[in-house]
Design a protein. Structure first.
Length: 89
């Protein structure tokens, strides 16, 4: 699942939950829309920061078939579960 698919799924689930909350009278429609937008923005930002950390970037590169070996610092090499990623010898 890529980031766009994840964002779409998240937005749909939050809208569904917001619809239930509006239907039960817990919040109004404007509040539901504002909360959905804020939560999607916050969660997508956190996800983006997570996948763009050093180990995430190295893991993405290691997943490419054209990449044969990645030399990384020992901490990053240990954090990425791929035989392509190893510390320098």
């Amino acid at each position: 699942m890529n980031q766009d698919q994840l964002t779409t799924l998240l937005r749909t689930l939050l809208q569904f939950g917001g619809g239930i909350a509006v239907g039960r009278g817990w919040i109004d429609a404007e509040t539901s829309t504002a909360l959905t937008g804020a939560l999607v923005t916050l969660l997508v930002t956190v996800w983006g920061l997570y996948v763009r950390r050093n180990a995430g970037l190295v893991a993405s590169a290691a997943a490419l078939p054209s990449v044969k070996v990645i030399l990384a610092d020992p901490a990053t090499a240990d954090a990425v579960p791929s035989p392509k990623v190893r510390p320098p010898t």
